[in-house]
Each structure stands twice: as C-alpha cells, then as structure tokens.
Design a protein around this ligand. Sequence first.
Ligand SMILES: NC(=O)c1ccc[n+]([C@@H]2O[C@H](COP(=O)([O-])OP(=O)(O)OC[C@H]3O[C@@H](n4cnc5c(N)ncnc54)[C@H](O)[C@@H]3O)[C@@H](O)[C@H]2O)c1
Length: 197
Amino acid sequence: MQILVTGGAGYIGAHVCVELLKNDYAVVIADNLCNSSSETIGKIRQLTGKDVIFREIDVTDTSAVESVFLSAEIAGVIHLAGLKAVGESVEKPLEYYYNNTVSTMVLAAACLKHGVKKFVYSSSATVYGNNKVPFVETMELLPAANPYGETKAISERILTDVARATPGFSVSLLRYFNPVGAHESGLIGEAPRGVPN
Ligand SMILES: NC(=O)c1ccc[n+]([C@@H]2O[C@H](COP(=O)([O-])OP(=O)(O)OC[C@H]3O[C@@H](n4cnc5c(N)ncnc54)[C@H](O)[C@@H]3O)[C@@H](O)[C@H]2O)c1
C-alpha cells in the first residue's frame, strides 16, 4: 500500500514517513524542497533501512501531481506540503493562499480522478481563532488571525465539501499546535531553509 506524503522532506513530514515505513507502508514523497533539503530523504532511508520514492514536484502543479498518481498505486494521501510562517503570510498573502489552497484542490481532484478514498490534511490549531483555550474539536471555528490560518480554514472547508459530495471519500483534519523537538536519532528535525520564522 503506497501512501503519498506531500511535504515529506519537511519537519513533520519526515517523521510521518519514518513511522509509515516502520509500519510497512510504502511511501511516495512529493516535495518541491522550498523549505527543506533532499538530504532528509537519505536520512529517512538511513533511519528505516527502507527505500522511499521521492518526486521533486510542486503539488500545485496539476500535471506533475497527475504523473505521480499515474506512476504509483496510491492508497491514501497525507497532505503536509504548505507554507507555514504566520508573519510571512501577512506580508505575502497571495503566495500563501495560492500555495496552500491550490495544492489542496489539486490533490483532492487527483484523488477523485484515481479513486483514492483516504485523505489526511495537516491543518492547524490556528483555525480555532480567538476561542477560549482549551480548544475542543466541537468548537465553532472563528476567523483566523492571519492569512496562514485562513488558508488552513479554507482548505478544511474545501475538503469537507468534497467529502460530503463524494461517497466513501474520507477526510481527516489534524489541528495541531507547534510541535517541538527532533527525532531521537538526531538525524531529522526542524531544518528550514533560511531563518526559522
Ligand atoms: N510546524 C508547525 O508548527 C505546524 C503546526 C500546525 C500545522 N502545521 C502544518 O503542517 C505542515 C508541515 O509543517 P512542517 O512544520 O513540517 O513544515 P516544513 O516547512 O518543515 O515542511 C513543509 C514541506 O512542504 C514543502 N512544500 C511547501 N509547499 C510545497 C508545494 N507547493 N509543493 C511541494 N512541496 C511543498 C516544503 O518544501 C517542506 O518540505 C504544514 O502544512 C504546516 O502548515 C505545522
């Protein structure tokens, strides 16, 4: 069973790939390396002793995503690729809206086209907006405080509507806070290009 992990060369994605491989899933990584390095792919292989297919593509590119779906037997998608710096999203809103929402639509469309029924989306706790902590999943979502958060809220709505309209299409939305730390091996961890924002 092959799982497509977008953003698999990134901080969270690399850890997800290691866990998937340890649990005997085959992994296809799609990442354009805009905030990561191909060295991480080697480290994932080193840590697990298993191979992984790496496709250096932009997941907003419909034909590139199509080529990945055509060349693999994708059983599910874990979509982590995204731009994530809150401050930068205020300065470059179009870049953030484009990257984070178009990627979600392109991948969802590819899933529908190829009969892939399972989609896990890396959202963010930022979709709870100015709600009182502790946040609970049944809370009404409030406007996010920045464009980054809005890209997550919009992507959630797109995926929820697609799931409603598509029998058997299952979407999971993960709304986590900022993870910290690195893999116990020290081989993978947060390693952004440039200064962490
Ligand atoms: N780290 C956090 O604090 C946090 C918290 C909540 C949610 N998230 C979300 O989880 C996901 C992963 O976060 P992370 O911390 O691992 O970030 P990261 O920047 O380390 O990883 C994201 C990866 O996506 C890739 N990418 C970005 N746009 C792409 C595109 N259009 N096509 C292909 N690859 C692309 C980058 O090169 C990078 O490798 C993001 O969607 C982020 O918004 C992160």
